[in-house]
Design a protein around this ligand. Structure first.
Ligand code: PTJ
Length: 244
């Protein structure tokens, strides 16, 4: 179906269609559609725009990725079809690895997702054959690569499901979350919580990374330490309540 560009909800409809197509291709999990619907409701409450709190968190995320010695961007079935190009450019901008990591894991879905990135962007991507396990994590998200998420010191997790963020924090890793729900366990547990739609958040982080690359380490540390995640998250929640 061709979407009219003039439709007021064009962007949201385009994202829905990409996800439906992703399910047909066996990349997106059927539950990914439900997860997206929840995200859309929160996005509506922030006016479907990047808020000033999200922008602050995106800048802090860029600083953290640039300071990291082994950053990894985790990819699931939703992000793979919603914003593959943006994932690749952020990875290039911040020297991050990309790793496929699925909640509804299967070798076939992993393979298809890896192929999507390899064929479309000729990029290296981990996750097809995980060889390590995140300790004390019951879900299939525990299956990771030794030279990827397992040994990373910073992990960017868009659209997560709580448990893994806590498990990664227990492993002393820094976690950047992109989650439209400020109340989710993921948002509440991450070091940097970005309450924004992943399709806006990733290009914004890449924009800040390009800008901040000119700064030295001390300046990046200053940007990061002046960011208060708890306070920022509380403000994001307050703003949503005000709009109700
Ligand atoms: O591909 P898989 O197998 O790894 O599965 C991926 C999903 C998303 C199905 C899985 O991780 C899941 O079930 O996630 P949850 O527990 O539903 O959590 C998803 C969170 O992401 C929710 O808090 C949503 O509000 C939020 N969310 C949904 N769409 C977006 C979003 N946040 C940012 N941008 C979005 N587009």
């Amino acid at each position: 179906m061709k979407l009219p560009l003039s439709h007021p909800r064009y962007s949201s409809l385009k994202q829905r269609h990409a996800l439906v197509d992703g399910v047909k291709k066996g990349i997106t999990a059927p539950s990914g559609l439900i997860a997206f619907g929840r995200g859309e409701a929160f996005d509506y409450l922030i006016g479907e725009k990047t808020t000033s709190e999200a922008r602050k968190a995106e800048q802090a995320a860029a600083a953290l990725l640039l300071l990291a010695h082994s950053p990894v961007i985790s990819v699931n079935g939703n992000t793979a079809v919603l914003c593959p190009k943006e994932i690749v450019s952020l990875a290039r901008e911040t020297n991050s690895k990309i790793e496929v990591n699925l909640f509804y894991d299967s070798p076939a879905r992993r393979k298809k997702t890896v192929q999507l990135f390899k064929q479309k962007f000729k990029t290296k991507i981990l996750g097809e054959k995980p060889d390590k396990k995140i300790p004390a994590l019951a879900s299939a998200r525990s299956h990771v690569c030794a030279n990827g998420i397992f040994s990373a010191n910073v992990v960017l997790v868009p659209l997560e499901d709580g448990d893994r963020t806590q498990a990664l924090r227990r492993m002393k890793k820094k976690v950047i979350a992109i989650d439209l729900n400020p109340l989710s366990r993921t948002s509440q547990t991450a070091n940097v919580s970005i309450v924004d739609n992943v399709v806006r958040a990733l290009p914004n982080i890449a924009f800040f990374a390009r800008k901040l690359k000119r700064k030295n380490k001390k300046q990046l540390v200053r940007i990061l330490s002046s960011f208060d995640n708890k306070k920022n998250l509380k403000q994001a929640e307050k703003n949503m309540r005000r709009r109700l």
